[in-house]
Design a binder for this molecule. Structure first.
Ligand code: TNX
Length: 516
């Protein structure tokens, strides 16, 4: 981030302290220009104004809702443009922002002066990103669920900002352990704080099938009734899934659903043994091994099944991607596996969606628009590089950097260690554009942090593994390399802790960060 400095001693005045905070935002903004000595104060008469269209008004209502509880103010929402009073917060949709750098669909410009806050963006998504920045510029008490005294000061200045990558994701595995709709929505809110714009849901695995499919009802009814450790499991009805999609959309996140095939399918095979090799029903599985199950890839019925499942899922999903999994199908010979992937990819394309799959799909034939999702731990993968030469894009989730289910340290109670231990500095210190040799920078679609849940059973455990590593990956996805450095990041990260405490978010107090 470029910060234009005019010397101020932050200890001199509350306004000085506020000015020092203008750059204390995660992910680091593109440009930060403090206005020394200038402070905005949110007050009892503040109105939240927005361009009178549904998108901006919805963002305005969300902001007002977030601020009402801690401030105790009424914060009415009103259309912008009429009777604008001093002290208002305005969310304005603009074709042209005043600054070219806030360009792009998700960019925004935030101006804070004594007279008011103005956020300008070309889309409602950009306005929401500006709102998330504004939240971080207010005192940490703004995250409290109960009334706090204030004062509610925002440092004066301008922030001009836009993302580096179009895809900034997080994955939640709801198959190993099932998480209900409110838990997923709470996670969406936490992701939105850091400008994540895709929620990848790992909906199926050996231990459970979590999405209702009308044409194959036993998938959810039978395949959903199990999970790791033998619990009851659960699944989302189409209605539940739509609620998640709608909630995510309201936070400008796109849901990317994954049906993991041909491996990781034990739960589906328990429900429909006709899809299993030899038609033999397996036992339910509640352990944590991988790689032992597979669909019968030479049975035509399997492809009718996949057309039904991906067809129904496409109808429920407004986003452009369907994720077909494709990882760890260890029981299949490579040729049979590749033939399978080459049958599934066109099934997905026929629904109008783009294909996303774990990078094991790389050797299969190219299909327009496909994305290989890299989760390896090496810096070179010949098959991935070759798939890129044939036209694929790459989504990066290197397991030794971005996996939220890896332990932080030897004594971390939760998580796994197969890709190493990942403290927050390790999660932060890598560069997506040149992470994979022989993959040109412009073929990288973005980054994603996956949370596998073999060891995770509660919302607090989700949060413990997510914070503080998710903000690190979010910054890699949003901020330009020249605007990132560990020393600055750890200081800004430390500043998030009081917010997480106020919001009741559990986090790992990494010894690498100078927490207040
Ligand atoms: C590997 S990464 C898997 C998952 C496990 C995870 C545990 C990938 C595509 N497959 O099935 O849950 O490791 O870390």
């Amino acid at each position: 981030m470029r910060v234009t400095h005019t010397e101020v001693d932050p200890s001199q005045s509350p306004a000085g302290a506020a000015a020092a905070r203008l750059g204390a935002v995660i992910p680091a903004p593109v440009r930060v220009e403090p206005l020394p000595g200038v402070t905005y104060q949110l007050g009892p008469d503040t109105t939240v104004r927005a361009t009178p269209e549904p998108g901006p008004l919805a963002v305005a209502e969300q902001l007002a809702e977030l601020l009402r509880r801690p401030t105790g103010y009424a914060l009415p929402v009103a259309p912008a443009g009429v009777a604008t009073a001093d002290g208002d917060i305005s969310l304005l949709l603009t074709r042209e922002s005043t600054e070219p750098e806030s360009g792009g669909a998700e960019g925004y410009q935030l101006d804070a002066t004594a007279d008011g806050i103005v956020i300008r963006a070309r889309t409602a998504a950009g306005l929401l990103h500006g709102v998330q920045t504004l939240r971080q510029l207010l005192p940490p008490a703004v995250d409290a669920g109960d009334p706090r005294p204030g004062p509610w000061l925002v440092p004066g200045g301008r922030i001009v900002d836009h993302p580096r990558y179009a895809y900034r994701g997080a994955m939640l595995d709801v198959a190993r352990h099932f998480f209900d709709v409110p838990t997923v929505c709470r996670y969406v809110d936490q992701l939105a704080r850091y400008k994540i714009n895709h929620l990848h849901l790992h909906l199926t695995d050996d231990q459970g099938w979590r999405i209702g499919i009308d044409s194959w009802p036993l998938l959810a009814e039978v395949g959903g009734a199990s999970q790791v450790g033998g619990g009851a499991g659960g699944y989302y009805s189409a209605h539940d899934y739509r609620r998640i999609v709608a909630y995510a959309a309201s936070r400008h996140l796109t849901v990317v659903p994954e049906i993991d095939v041909p491996g990781h399918t034990n739960a589906a095979l328990v429900a429909y043994p006709e899809l299993a090799p030899g038609g033999v029903a397996p036992d339910r599985y509640a352990g944590t091994d991988v790689g032992f199950s597979a669909l019968a890839v030479d049975n035509e019925r399997t492809y009718a099944f996949l057309a039904d499942v991906f067809g129904e899922l496409a109808d429920l999903t407004p986003g452009e991607f369907l994720h077909l999994g494709g990882d760890e199908a260890f029981t299949l010979p490579p040729a049979a596996y590749a033939r399978f992937v080459e049958r599934v990819q066109p099934i997905i394309a026929a629904t109008g969606k783009r294909v996303l799959g774990w990078h094991q799909i790389a050797p299969a034939a190219h299909l327009d628009g496909r994305v290989v999702h890299y989760w390896g731990t090496t810096r070179h993968d010949a098959a991935v590089a070759d798939a890129v030469r044939r036209g694929a894009q790459v989504l990066l989730s290197p397991a030794d950097r971005s996996y939220l289910d890896m332990k932080y340290a030897a004594d971390t109670r939760l998580g796994k260690e197969w890709a190493g231990r990942i403290e927050v500095r390790r999660a932060y210190n890598w560069e997506p554009a040149n992470h994979l040799r022989d993959v040109p920078a412009d073929r990288v679609l973005g980054v994603e942090s996956p949370l596998w849940t073999e060891t995770v059973t509660t919302p607090a455990e989700i949060e413990y593994l997510t914070f503080p590593r998710l903000p690190a990956i979010a910054e890699l996805g949003w901020s330009a390399p020249g605007d990132r450095d560990w020393a600055g990041f750890r200081t800004r990260l430390a500043g998030q802790a009081p917010r997480w405490r106020a919001a009741g978010i559990t986090f790992h107090a990494s010894p690498q960060v100078p927490w207040p």
